[in-house]
Design a binder for this molecule. Sequence first.
Ligand SMILES: Cc1cc2nc3c(=O)[nH]c(=O)nc-3n(C[C@H](O)[C@H](O)[C@H](O)COP(=O)(O)O)c2cc1C
Length: 159
Amino acid sequence: MIDTSEFRRVLGHFTTGVSIVTTVRADGRPCGLTVNAFSSVSLQPTLVLVCVEKVSDSHGCIHASGIYAVNVLEEGKGESLSRRFATWAVEDKFEGVAYRDAKTGAPVLEAALAWVDCRVVEGVSVGDHTVFIGEVLDADAREGRPLVYYRGGYGRFEP
Ligand SMILES: Cc1cc2nc3c(=O)[nH]c(=O)nc-3n(C[C@H](O)[C@H](O)[C@H](O)COP(=O)(O)O)c2cc1C
């Protein structure tokens, strides 16, 4: 076993994109959080995964709804969206954020560079997180540059 802060420091060297995972509450209001633990899993069937901390508000929302969308963020305004969806201090994270409902009913953000709309096929409890494996039922992407996350800071992708 290694120390948690050392674990975070070392794993922070793995560069990722940043996404907002969205779903809906039982009363229909949207719910979501910033996630970089997102990965493609399988081509046939088309599966992805997100790792969500069990204590987060969004964990209960995804568990109950059985659906989620992953919204890949763009550089520029993606950074403020990332910060907004990574805090508990905001009463309504979606206030002033444009979105529409995807096929499953999960909110797809207008600001998303790419998105996948998923139905949860399995939730695997692993340590303090749940790995929600989702079957991708719809997806799209547009031109733009991604928001990048490296060693706890935001950056840009320069080809
Ligand atoms: C760049 C970044 C990446 C993050 N990645 C994850 C992640 O993969 N899984 C997770 O559970 N939390 C992740 N978080 C933390 C959550 O966004 C944060 O705990 C959030 O406040 C949870 O919101 P909620 O309780 O309203 O659901 C990340 C935060 C940031 C800033």
